[in-house]
Write a protein of this length. Structure first.
Length: 270
């Protein structure tokens, strides 16, 4: 049985793509607790945008945005070769694994720390001044652990709902465009479906996590959603050549007859 799997190029490709898909989604969820300044990271002065009556907006983004564009590129590639059912399988599996991971994080948070652990990051061999400098930043390792991994329930719900809705919209738009255009215009079905699904995703997560869960005003949610989408829009356009390159590599790996057969079956939903 294992020989059949290992020697089957289509199965091996699906396993590899599924692994990257799940890993990217999980990592994006976990590192997403950090908010970073895109402009300062690039050595630029922060922008000062005004939208919906909200001033001084800039590209302060969750670190998870570094990986989500690749998740949606993988979604389009899986769409292309394995169809709607392939994307749905991985989307539901990923959502379940994210819930499982957060459950384990919360279980870990509730474990009583060993007496030495909350200060274990402070090396006693360091000079007293350096030890104090570290303690001033993070005096209690267990408390820092709780802050980093203890994301709020509304954020988790918003993120998962937005992810599933985004995936459903992405696969639907992708196949609709491909039905109309056939094998032509890879950029249109791949980038177009991503732009539409990411637009919905950007606002759903903020609406659930912060409008419902944190009493943010609707204007603030809309303003931050637009800023986030501007970043995602730009990344989707920039990644379009990557989609063509990966298509070429996959077709070479599978061989033209198998690649064409898989694309046809994927479009027909088999």
């Amino acid at each position: 049985m294992i020989d059949n799997i290992i020697n089957n190029k289509a199965i091996k490709l699906f396993i590899v793509m599924a692994g990257f898909f799940v890993a990217n989604a999980l990592i994006a969820e976990f590192i997403g607790v950090k908010i970073f300044s895109l402009e300062q990271t690039l050595g630029l002065s922060p922008l000062s945008l005004s939208l919906f009556g909200i001033d001084n907006l800039s590209f302060n983004l969750t670190a998870g945005v570094l990986l989500w564009p690749f998740v949606f590129v993988l979604t389009d590639l899986i769409n292309e070769y394995y169809g709607r059912r392939g994307v749905q399988l991985l989307s539901y599996l990923t959502a379940g694994l994210i819930l499982y991971a957060f459950a384990m994080f919360y279980a870990g948070i509730e474990l009583s720390p060993a007496d030495f652990w909350p200060q274990s990051h402070i090396n006693p061999a360091l000079p007293a001044a350096e030890q104090q400098a570290i303690a001033d930043k993070v005096g209690d390792y267990d408390y820092a652990y709780r802050l980093v991994f203890g994301q709020g329930l509304w954020i988790i719900i918003g993120s998962l709902v937005a992810f599933l809705i985004g995936q459903i919209i992405d696969v639907t738009v992708f196949h609709r465009i491909k039905q109309l255009t056939g094998e032509r215009y890879i950029w249109l079905r791949a980038t177009g479906s991503t732009l539409i699904s990411q637009f919905i995703d950007s606002f759903v997560v903020l609406f659930i996590a912060f409008y419902l869960g944190a009493d943010w005003g609707l204007s603030l949610v809309l303003a931050i959603g637009v800023v986030n989408y501007l970043y995602k829009f730009t990344m989707a356009i920039l990644l379009t050549p990557v989609i063509y390159a990966v298509h070429y590599l996959i077709d070479r790996y599978l061989g033209e007859p198998l690649a064409s057969e898989m694309k046809t079956a994927a479009l027909r939903g088999r």
